[in-house]
Each structure stands twice: as C-alpha cells, then as structure tokens.
Ligand binder design. Structure first.
Ligand code: FE2
Ligand code: FE2
Length: 207
C-alpha cells in the first residue's frame, strides 16, 4: 500500500463485500451522500452491463468505487495527486475537481485490493471519458451521468436516454456534446473529454 493512503486504510474494516465496504469507507470519512450516489451508480452500471453485454459484477464494482476519492476535498486534490505520483494536466491544476477520477484509481487498488485493469481504467476516466474508451469505460461514464450526484433532473437526460436507445456510444456522445456545446462557459474542457467527443461524434455519424 502507498504510505500516503495508510491512514485511510485504518478508517474501515474490509469485509470483502465491496458495496458494504465502500459505504463504510465513505461514511466513516464524512461522505455519506457520495456513498449513496456510488451504490446507485454501481446498480445503474450493472443494468447497463446486462443490457449491452458486459460482466455485471465488474460494472457494479467500477460504479461502487468510482468516487471513493471524494474523501479528499478539492483543495487537497493536487497535493494528494502529487503524493501518489499522478501526472496532472494544466486543466486539472485549474479545476482540481476533475482530479478525483485519477485519485480513485490507486485508492481502489490499495485500499480495496482491486487489480482488475478494466475496472481501474474505467474509474480513472469516469468523469471525462477519453479516446479509445473500453466498453466498461462507457458503461461507467453513462451510469454516472444517469445516477448523477446533484439535486433534480440532469439537464442532458432526455438526449442521453434517447441516445441509449441507439447505443451506449450514442448515450456517451449525448453527454459529451452537452459539454462541448457549453465549452465557452465551462471553467475548462478536459482534453480527454474533447478527444472522446471528437472520436464518438465521428463514429456515431457514420452509423
Ligand atoms: Fe466522479
Ligand atoms: Fe459519480
């Protein structure tokens, strides 16, 4: 385990039931709302996996784990990433909220003993997606946007759900297009989101 994460490992007792362990970890570290959101995303990812032909347990695991780095507030994320030797982009230094997707990866590995590369990779890009995304990357990305972590109805949900009637890629594209159309108003547009948008826009246009 990375020494930086050792104090966090003492905040919960793992039982081997990931859903229970993530809930215990997030609750013990002051993030009960994120715990509820994470379980909802896990269940949504499981549904999408069944619908689109992927292992539902792998999808649920990615969902449960994706936001475990919520235990680090935005103001501590740059420092945490540096301690964990995570490379940061300029956009992430400007808007540290986005760093949480990268932070969750080593935390899933070291604190929850997850070594499934597909799960870790999906967790790492769940906020922005990226180019050459895997099916699990897209399942988790879409699940997180359906079971979003804010009040009310997501403003992009109708477009995303009608995209889902065509394919997972159309659903992911609907959310990325929502960001792209508002890029002037956003603090930053993450380069992974831009690359994912351009790739899916050209793939979906040819279908
Ligand atoms: Fe997130
Ligand atoms: Fe999330």
């Amino acid at each position: 385990m990375h020494p930086f994460l050792q104090p966090l490992s003492r905040t919960f007792v793992p039982t081997g039931d990931l859903q229970q362990d993530v809930t215990a970890f997030l609750s013990a570290n002051g993030c009960p709302n994120t715990a509820r959101h994470s379980i909802a995303v896990g269940e949504q990812a499981r549904k999408l996996a069944l619908q689109f032909g992927f292992d539902p347990d792998q999808a649920a695991a990615a969902g449960y784990l994706h936001d475990i780095s919520a235990v680090f507030p935005n103001a501590e994320r740059i420092e945490a990433a540096e301690a964990l030797q995570i490379d940061l982009l300029d956009e992430e230094l400007i808007f540290p909220m986005i760093i949480h997707q990268k932070l969750s990866k080593p935390m899933a590995r070291d604190l929850f003993n997850i070594h499934d590369a597909k799960v870790l990779q999906a967790v790492e890009c769940h906020t922005t997606l990226r180019a050459h995304s895997s099916k699990l990357d897209r399942i988790l990305f879409v699940a997180d946007k359906i079971a979003w972590d804010q009040e009310g109805t997501p403003p992009y949900i109708d477009d995303l759900m009608s995209g889902l009637e065509q394919s997972l890629e159309h659903a992911a594209l609907a959310y990325l297009k929502f960001l792209w159309d508002r890029k002037e108003q956003l603090k930053v547009l993450h380069p992974w989101a831009e690359a994912g948008y351009k790739e899916l826009a050209s793939c979906c246009a040819s279908q």
